[in-house]
Design a binder for this molecule. Structure first.
Ligand code: GLC
Length: 481
């Protein structure tokens, strides 16, 4: 193994958001490009992991504040995902249905313990390897202490030469915790405390930014934003910008492929996007008793402020006063937004559907059938949904931020791909939907945009390249040590 990815999510084993999609596909495409890669995550109580055939790779223990913790590392035997998937079995902390919070939405009281124990399990497992990986690629703050621990803790001196890359999928969540919990960490010399500290707390994201050999985030647009505003870390990002990169994510076109997607009813044939869209839309409209001759807007994702989901109920209600269109919302999140969408669906029962929850097959069918995808995110480090949408000929309506800024060009620009809002408020969204409706009425223009967007190559085959380049620079550094 050359590269070991560490992540709290990995599709299809456990998914909350886009991190899972990236963690579940990047190692596969690295392997295809001959960079031998594996991933390790906690073993949660999910259907996929419960059914997977897992075999023991290691049984060990690590010293922790209250004694010795026993755990096992298991490997998914069949390599189903196109890379070796390892899971840390420590049931007391990880064997739960909710990944970060309980199924009912309550935070876990032992949240910090869970993140720290995962990282210690990984490092203790690696210690006994004869052939250690050349590089650890840690994702988000849950794994943010790894680069610092392998460099500074005598406990892990065997791992000292492993290079580290840290990727930020969301800079808002930094995992900060009180110094009172320092006892959770292994012994560290006092001169390293400054590496842990940010604003009088232990901040794993800040620590990773200081200690990793390279830091990446998931688009160039978001990288620029983080240097301006990052919940208090902006000056650190500016300070470390020499080793800070913005690499756009890719999509897994073995999972997301309009020509053979197992979840959709009609596949694309002879590049006929119009026929592809029409057939899928008809099938979906039949299922939901909708009218396939009318425009169909979809929203797929978490119903939270960050995604601008709070703007949707008012904007859509207003829009439907003067316009005839249909809406399908798929997602879950803040209870007030869920309530507002439920209400909207009751008021406009023949035009609006709200499907609460996470439903991967339906998401595929929505991308294949909808005319427009609503994505008015306030913050979007990369965003994968707009890429899935374009890959299925659906025109995205996005706010001009982060990865949406980098991947979507407005219909007034030279290579139109979608509709962009320049501010995030319900009026702007209303305005964007009206622009979408005019586009819908100009069928030839709409079709030519669809023809273009479906051809764009968003796949990892391309986007994996900057990672490979970065790794090889770091591998060279390693041999120089
Ligand atoms: C997070 C971000 C999203 C990004 C994903 C994968 O979920 O919010 O924008 O696409 O991570 O990097």
């Amino acid at each position: 193994m050359e590269v070991l990815h560490c992540s709290f999510e990995c599709y299809p084993a456990a998914k909350v958001g886009g991190l899972a999609d990236v963690a579940g596909s990047l190692p596969k495409y690295l392997n295809q490009a001959e960079i031998s890669s594996a991933l390790i995550m906690p073993k949660f109580d999910t259907a996929w992991l419960n059914q997977a055939s897992l075999i023991e790779d290691y049984a060990g223990s690590f010293r922790w504040y209250n004694g010795e913790v026993n755990y096992r590392v298991l490997r998914e035997e069949k390599n189903t995902l196109g890379f070796s998937l390892y899971v840390v079995e420590l049931d007391e902390l990880f064997y739960r249905k909710g990944i970060y919070v309980s199924e009912q939405g309550y935070g876990y009281r032992d949240e910090i313990e869970r993140y720290v124990a995962f990282q210690l399990s990984v490092l203790n497992w690696l210690k006994q390897f004869e052939n250690k990986p050349s590089l650890i690629h840690a994702h988000d703050h849950h794994c943010g202490l790894i680069p610092m621990m392998i460099r500074n803790s005598t406990e892990y001196k065997e791992l000292k030469n492993i290079r580290t890359v840290f990727t930020i999928h969301n800079g808002l969540y930094q995992g900060a915790f009180s110094w009172e919990k320092k006892y959770l960490l292994p012994y560290l010399p006092a001169n390293t405390f400054g590496l842990l500290d940010w604003n009088h707390a232990i901040n794993p994201m800040a620590t990773a930014v200081k200690c990793a050999d390279a830091v990446t985030t998931v688009s160039n647009g978001y990288k620029q934003e983080l240097m301006q505003y990052a919940n208090g870390l902006e000056s650190l990002f500016r300070q470390e910008q020499k080793k800070f990169y913005g690499f756009i994510n890719g999509i897994d076109d073995e999972v997301w492929n309009p020509a053979n997607d197992k979840y959709i009813s009609h596949h694309i044939k002879s590049n006929d996007v119009s026929a592809f869209k029409a057939a899928n839309k008809k099938a979906l409209c039949k299922e939901y008793s909708l009218d396939s001759t009318k425009p169909l807007f979809a929203f797929i994702g978490r119903l939270v402020m960050e995604k601008g989901a709070d703007l949707i109920p008012d904007a859509v209600n207003e829009f439907l006063k003067d316009n005839d269109a249909q809406f399908l919302f798929l997602g879950s999140g803040a209870s007030d937004i869920e309530y507002a969408l439920r209400r909207l669906a009751t008021i406009h029962s023949d035009k609006v559907y709200f499907i609460q929850g996470y439903n991967e097959p339906l998401a595929h069918r929505l991308y294949a059938s909808a005319d427009f995808l609503l994505m008015p995110s306030r913050i979007e480090p990369c965003g994968l949904n707009q890429m899935y949408a374009m890959h299925y000929g659906t025109i995205p309506i996005v706010n001009n931020t982060g990865g949406l800024h980098d991947t979507v060009y407005d219909i007034t620009e030279s290579m139109p791909r979608g509709i962009k809002m320049n501010k995030v408020n319900a009026n702007e969204l209303l305005n964007a939907m009206s622009r979408a409706l005019s586009l819908y009425r100009h069928e030839p223009v709409m079709n030519s945009i669809r023809q273009e967007i479906i051809k764009i190559d968003f796949s990892w085959t391309n986007t994996v390249k900057p990672y490979i380049q970065l790794y090889s620079t770091l591998f060279k550094l390693q041999t120089d040590i």
